[in-house]
Design a protein around this ligand. Structure first.
Ligand SMILES: [Zn+2]
Ligand SMILES: [Zn+2]
Length: 238
């Protein structure tokens, strides 16, 4: 209901979501031409983790994925993380600009269509209940709901985060894996996802540890394919 309310009170395509300049009604994603051109949409991503591949790569898989084992089928990200995207995501997550979930979902939906990804259910990355109380909303659930309105796939908000793993961004990949072990659970009676293909939704893909840990418990429940879509990701740094 809150989402419908936001749809109603926020008239779309009037101002650019980045620079706030007025835009014409048929601009894509509520962005002015300048801001649209500034975004680095990921056209060539690693076939496994979706991180942008630079010209340095001869094959379709990044160095990280050659040695790293993700259990999900494929992850995709829409844009490269930079200052503009940082501002956008920050105002979405911490500035209560929940209407941005619509624009993010639009961009994600186009990416999924472009890559020919099909799935049965949408599964948002959960927040711990303490953090949810503090923020007032789970940004991944908001995006998932908007995506569901566009592609008519059902959202299953079925993963539970049992620990408040704050400050994850300051940890190394190894430390993250250790910290996130057994943090996520799924209702034992959940049987809708058995042998189905699912799409995990989150805002940012950093090391992929969170979505990989969630993928493990989904596989334990008999899920078939697991796709991941996030709005933004950074380049691998070597
Ligand atoms: Zn703009
Ligand atoms: Zn990769």
């Amino acid at each position: 209901m809150i989402n419908d309310f936001i749809d109603y009170i926020y008239p779309r395509n009037i101002k650019c979501i980045l620079c706030k300049n007025p835009i014409s009604k048929n601009n894509s994603y509520s962005l002015c031409k300048d801001c649209f051109n500034k975004l680095n949409f990921i056209n060539k991503g690693c076939l496994i983790c979706g991180k942008p591949l630079t010209d340095f790569y001869k094959n379709d898989i990044c160095l990280n994925c050659e040695t790293n084992e993700y259990v999900f089928t494929k992850a995709l990200s829409c844009v490269e993380y930079d200052d503009n995207i940082h501002k956008l995501i920050y105002s979405f997550k911490y500035g209560a600009k929940t209407y941005l979930s619509y624009n993010i979902a639009e961009i994600m939906n186009d990416k999924l269509k472009y890559e020919g990804i099909d799935f049965d259910y949408i599964i948002p990355v959960p927040l711990h209940k303490k953090r949810l109380r503090k923020r007032g909303y789970n940004q991944s659930l908001l995006i998932s709901k908007q995506l569901s309105k566009i592609n008519k796939k059902e959202v299953l908000n079925i993963v539970v985060r049992n620990e408040n793993t704050e400050f994850l961004s300051k940890l190394s990949k190894k430390e993250r894996i250790k910290k996130l072990e057994n943090v996520f659970t799924l209702d034992k009676n959940e049987n809708r996802i058995y042998k189905k293909d699912v799409l995990i939704v989150d805002d940012i893909f950093t090391t992929g540890t969170t979505v990989n840990e969630i993928s493990k418990i989904l596989l334990d429940s008999g899920v078939n394919k697991i796709y991941v879509i996030t709005f933004a990701t950074g380049k691998n740094i070597y």
